[in-house]
Design a protein around this ligand. Structure first.
Ligand code: NAP
Length: 335
């Protein structure tokens, strides 16, 4: 019988943790024992795994003993709080949070982009930010073919990217609007229903938000190229799941739209949906629940001789978080 692994999920009751369970099931990850971990608030709850109800346990320093793999999605401060305990247990932590992404000894990995980096780990492997993952699955094949020098991106990010509370807030605001009631808000600084917020994470001194700068720093780390320039505007939109992005790339070598389409059609993890004449382009309603990053509206940028413009959409809970983490775990165990 092939080897099976003891797997812990930190933040199992959250938006990412819930999807993590489904991905482990769908991909038949060889789980010998599953340990669902969350805060004390979740004690008494159960999660379903392969039809079995498993009680959620409160995360404590000794929760990781005997585990082989810990999939972490309970927030950056929680990952920081428990990382030493995970390391001491001998498990490898695959972390969805921003806690360690830029640390030199922590590989930052998208399996379609830089799988070889996984094996440089010292106990922790980081998943990039969801917007960076979706962008790079589409941009990396073009980079390999023609070297991308500069990326301009605008994101249209779903509320589930903020977590379970934001999903509930959009649902509640939609009900309030339908009943003609006053729209209340707690998670975002303004109502998100029927609105668009050009504000994700905190603003930095240079006028960008932290979310926007992550897209540059993480791209450079994964492509091992500190010269690549990325300017992003990250925007929250009233969509439940799947982030959309407009991406313009400037390449060193010219690529025509037809060449780009051909490269992307063969690229791992990419699905080209590009038939605007027949109203076929990627949509968040269609990508949700899917692992591929969908790319459409592929065209030559009229403002630059070596520019391409793309419309890219992906389920950020799956490829932008849980699926990416499980793919990393699969590569680790298959070595
Ligand atoms: P979420 O829905 O708010 O879930 C948070 C989870 O963490 C819950 O299971 C919660 O447990 C647990 N938790 C919170 N504080 C804890 C504590 N002190 N001790 C133990 N468990 C604690 O958030 P999410 O959207 O899943 O995101 C989780 C992490 O993944 C974040 O760092 C986020 O940046 C990252 N991420 C999210 C996405 C996305 O699309 N949502 C994508 C990529 C990365 P309780 O239910 O018991 O409170």
């Amino acid at each position: 019988m092939s080897k099976q692994y003891r797997v812990g999920i930190m933040g199992v009751t959250g938006a990412v943790g819930t999807v993590m369970l489904r991905i482990l099931e769908e991909r038949h990850f060889p789980v010998a024992e599953l340990k669902p971990l969350a805060s004390a608030r979740s004690v008494g709850k159960t999660v379903q795994y392969h039809g079995e109800d498993i009680p959620v346990q409160e995360m404590k320093p000794d929760s990781f003993k005997g585990l082989d793999i810990v999939l972490a999605s309970a927030g950056a401060s929680v990952s920081r709080q428990f990382v030493q305990n995970v390391k001491e247990s001998g498990a490898v932590m695959i972390d969805n949070t921003s806690a360690f992404r830029m640390e030199a000894d922590v590989p930052l990995v998208v399996p379609e982009v830089n799988p070889e980096d996984i094996f440089k780990h010292q106990g922790v492997i980081a998943n990039p930010n969801c917007s960076t993952i979706i962008m790079l699955v589409a941009v990396n094949p073009l980079h390999r073919a023609a070297r991308v020098k500069r990326i301009l991106a605008s994101t249209y990010q779903a509320v589930s990217g903020t977590g379970a509370k934001a999903i509930a807030e959009l649902e509640q605001q939609t009900r309030q609007w339908a009943k003609g009631e006053k729209i209340t808000h707690e998670v975002y600084p303004y109502p998100i229903a029927f609105n668009v917020l050009p504000h994700i994470d905190v603003f930095l001194e240079n006028g960008y938000t932290k979310e926007e700068m992550k897209m540059m720093h993480e791209t450079r780390k994964m492509l091992h190229d500190d010269s690549i320039m990325v300017s992003a505007t990250a925007v929250r939109v009233p969509v439940f799941t799947s982030h959309s992005e407009t991406i313009q790339v400037e390449t060193e070598k010219k690529l025509t739209a037809a060449e780009a389409r051909e490269i992307l059609a063969k690229a791992p993890g990419v699905k080209v949906v590009d038939d605007p004449a027949n109203k076929k382009y990627p949509l968040p309603l269609h990508t949700s629940g899917q692992d591929d990053v969908w790319v459409g509206r592929i065209r030559e940028d009229v403002s630059h001789p070596r520019g391409l413009a793309l419309w890219v959409v992906g389920d950020q809970l799956r490829k932008g978080a849980a699926t990416n983490a499980v793919q990393i775990a699969e590569i680790l165990i298959n070595r």
